[in-house]
Write a protein of this length. Structure first.
Length: 221
C-alpha cells in the first residue's frame, strides 16, 4: 500500500497513538508543503510521544512557512507540560534560526528547573547565531550540570564572539576529555592567535580523539 496524504490523514485521526506516531514518520515521504499542513494538529496531540515527534519534525518542515513555524514552536516551548517537548521545540527553533524566539528562550532558561530544557536552549543559541545569546551562554558555563556546561562551550564557539575565547581557556585543561574535545570544536570557529595556541596545545592531548580533532583543525589555519 502506497503512502499518500489521505492514508496519513487517516492514521493521524486514529484513536491508537501508535498509528498517529507512524503517520508523523510517514510525513517524510510526501510533499513537504502538504506534510507541514498535516503535522500542525499533531502538535496538540494527547500523546507526548506524538507531540515530541511532530515538534521535532518542524525543524525541517517549518521551512515551508517560517512565521507559522515560529508561532507553533513558541507555543510548544512555553505551554507544553512535558520537558521533552519543550526541549524539542528549542531544538527546532535553533535549527530554523528563528531569532524572534530569543527572548522567550532566554526567559525560559532562567525559569525552568528542567536540565534537558536548559540544555536544548543553550545548544539552540549556538545555532541561532544571535549575539544577544552571549551573556546567557556565559552564565551557562557556570552550570552545575556538566552537559549544559559542555553545550555552552560549543555554542559559544558557534556564536563566534571573540569575547568567548578567554572564557573558554580554562576548559582546555579540564579533566573530562569530552569537555576538552568540545573546546577544540569551539576554538575552530576563531581565527586568532589565542585560539591557535589552544588548538596547538590540545593537538598534543593525551586522549587521541581530542588530539586528532585539534590537528585536523590546525591544518585549515
Amino acid at each position: 500500500m502506497s503512502t499518500t496524504p489521505e492514508s496519513i490523514q487517516k492514521l493521524l485521526q486514529s484513536e491508537n497513538f501508535a498509528d498517529r506516531l507512524s503517520a508523523i514518520n510517514q510525513l517524510r515521504q510526501i510533499d513537504p508543503a502538504i506534510a507541514f499542513e498535516l503535522i500542525q494538529p499533531a502538535l496538540a496531540d494527547p500523546s507526548v510521544r506524538v507531540r515530541y515527534a511532530a515538534v521535532s519534525q518542524i525543524s525541517t518542515l517549518g521551512q515551508q512557512n517560517l512565521q507559522v513555524a515560529l508561532e507553533v514552536l513558541r507555543r510548544a516551548l512555553l505551554e507544553d507540560p512535558e520537558p521533552d517537548v519543550q526541549a524539542a521545540a528549542a531544538d527546532s527553533l535553533g535549527a530554523l534560526r528563528l531569532t524572534d524566539a530569543f527572548e522567550e528562550m532566554q526567559n525560559l532558561y532562567h525559569q525552568t528547573q528542567e536540565w534537558l530544557v536548559k540544555f536544548s536552549i543553550v545548544a539552540a543559541l549556538g545555532e541561532l547565531g544571535d549575539p544577544r545569546g552571549f551573556e546567557l551562554l556565559k552564565q551557562a558555563l557556570a552550570s552545575d550540570n556538566e552537559l549544559v556546561k559542555t553545550a555552552a562551550i560549543g555554542a559559544l564557539g558557534e556564536l563566534t564572539d571573540e569575547r568567548a575565547i578567554p572564557l573558554l581557556l580554562p576548559y582546555a585543561t579540564d579533566p573530562d576529555w569530552q569537555v576538552r574535545h568540545r573546546v577544540v570544536q569551539a576554538m575552530s570557529h576563531f581565527n586568532t592567535p589565542e585560539a591557535r595556541t589552544v588548538l596547538e596545545q590540545l593537538s598534543q592531548d593525551a586522549y587521541e580523539p581530542v588530539a586528532k580533532e585539534a590537528q585536523l583543525y590546525l591544518q585549515s589555519y
